[in-house]
Design a protein around this ligand. Structure first.
Ligand SMILES: Cc1cc2nc3c(=O)[nH]c(=O)nc-3n(C[C@H](O)[C@H](O)[C@H](O)COP(=O)(O)OP(=O)(O)OC[C@H]3O[C@@H](n4cnc5c(N)ncnc54)[C@H](O)[C@@H]3O)c2cc1C
Length: 382
């Protein structure tokens, strides 16, 4: 058992850390404030190969693994979560379904653009009426000759409405199984397809420089060949994608939690109260020690889940534990970092204000904390 990173992993972590500090940090506050998507940052992340990290070189990937993606996400989120979630959603939710389940033609057509960061893909599972209970999908797709006709809507879809969004994979009911349950399938809908409408971006509490939209499909027709993988496998596909995605979200949450430690140490050494830096007071030191403890243990939890996944072992429970623990820790550390910053912690110009606003969604997206507990309990045979 060895949780130390090898040289290649350390080099990746260092280069993403430098990129986050030198390229992301100076511009992200303005994007966040103005709710604008950081196209230039994304372009540079593409040039660094971050969008291709866990994919084989065949389609333009970097030949790395899912853990490499997690390391990159942690380092980005240590500075900013909007940029980190843009990468997480683009890779883990956008390109990964095509890589895992796509036909040779689908991979050939879409993966090179997605893996270079030149284009983004969205993952359309959640609907206005159903999120945790994803099997409750209402969107329908009917085969009419050699076309699917899609009707329905999707809610909160990340990366679905940028200028470089190429497609959204949409989960839809495509029939009824012999046992009477819904047959769910996944269909690729290219941006700009008639009948596919992207609503204006939501007004969100956090992740303000990331792209999130409601989507509607009104007699939207795509070729039958746009079916992703086998018909009727939609449920199994999204469960696999979400299991992996939980490890990535855990890594992102650890990054935010660690960013809170970084900012708190810096501020505690500078801010004076009662004649000395507040960092001299044990009350502040203990807060920071507890924050470091939480970030560290959450990191070990996602390392463990990723190691099991890469070894081909069952990892569902460990991924849920990592996501549940890391998101809780992120919220805790964001609250404490804000406290350490006093009134300035409530001012948007300080990174901790962004961390605070960005932390809560981590307990909701890609499976709420209640859903993670359900998964853990189920895996324990309850
Ligand atoms: C900014 C943002 C980006 C997102 N990006 C995407 C995306 O790219 N693609 C996508 O498909 N989705 C995306 N989502 C959706 C996200 O995954 C869902 O919001 C999340 O899964 C929760 O679903 P819901 O919002 O419908 O909540 P609900 O499922 O309605 O849950 C409401 C509350 O009830 C609880 N609850 C539900 N069922 C149970 C139960 N059985 N027992 C106990 N408690 C229960 C939940 O835990 C929660 O506290 C995004 C959401 C946001 C806010």
């Amino acid at each position: 058992m060895d949780f130390r990173l090898d040289e290649e992993q350390q080099a990746l972590r260092e280069s993403v850390r430098d990129f986050a500090r030198e390229v992301v940090a100076p511009v992200i506050g303005e994007h966040y404030e103005n709710h604008t998507f950081p196209y230039e940052v994304v372009r540079q992340m593409g040039k660094m190969g971050l969008f291709g990290l866990p994919f084989p070189e065949e389609h333009g990937g970097m030949g790395g693994d899912y853990f490499a993606l997690c390391l990159a996400l942690e380092e980005l989120a240590r500075v900013d979560s909007s940029v980190a979630i843009t990468l997480e959603a683009a890779v883990s939710l956008g390109a990964m379904p095509l890589h895992r389940f796509g036909t040779a033609e689908q991979k050939e057509r879409w993966l090179p653009k997605l893996l270079s960061g030149e284009a983004l893909a969205g993952f359309g599972l959640t609907e206005p009426g159903t999120g945790s209970d994803a099997g409750g999908t209402q969107t329908r797709a009917v085969l009419d000759g050699d076309e699917w006709v899609i009707n329905g809507s999707k809610a909160f879809i990340t990366n679905s409405g940028t200028d470089i969004t190429a497609l959204v994979t949409v989960t839809a009911v495509t029939g009824t199984k012999p046992d009477g349950s819904k047959e769910l399938s996944t269909i690729i809908v290219p941006s700009g397809t008639p009948g596919f409408t992207v609503a204006p971006g939501y007004s969100k509490v956090g992740w303000n420089a990331s792209d999130t939209h409601e989507l509607t499909f009104d007699d939207c027709r795509v070729p039958a060949a746009n079916l992703l993988g086998e018909r009727g496998r939609g449920f199994a596909q999204f469960l696999r994608i979400l299991d992996e995605g939980r490890i990535a979200i855990a890594a992102l949450a650890v990054g935010l939690a660690q960013g809170c430690v970084d900012e708190s140490i810096k501020y505690a050494k500078e801010r004076q109260a009662f004649g000395q830096p507040i960092g001299n007071y044990q009350a502040i030191q203990f807060k920071i020690a507890d924050m470091e403890l939480k970030a560290h243990t959450a990191r070990l939890a996602y390392y463990d889940a990723a190691a099991r996944m890469l070894a081909g072992e069952p990892f569902k429970r460990q991924a849920a534990i990592a996501k549940l623990h890391a998101s809780t820790v992120a919220v805790d550390n964001a609250r404490e970092a804000t406290q350490i910053h006093g009134g300035y912690g409530f001012m948007n110009e300080y990174p901790v204000a962004r961390f605070w606003r960005d932390s809560k969604i981590l307990e909701i997206g890609e499976g709420t904390s209640e859903v993670q507990r359900m998964i853990i309990a189920r895996d324990l045979g309850m």
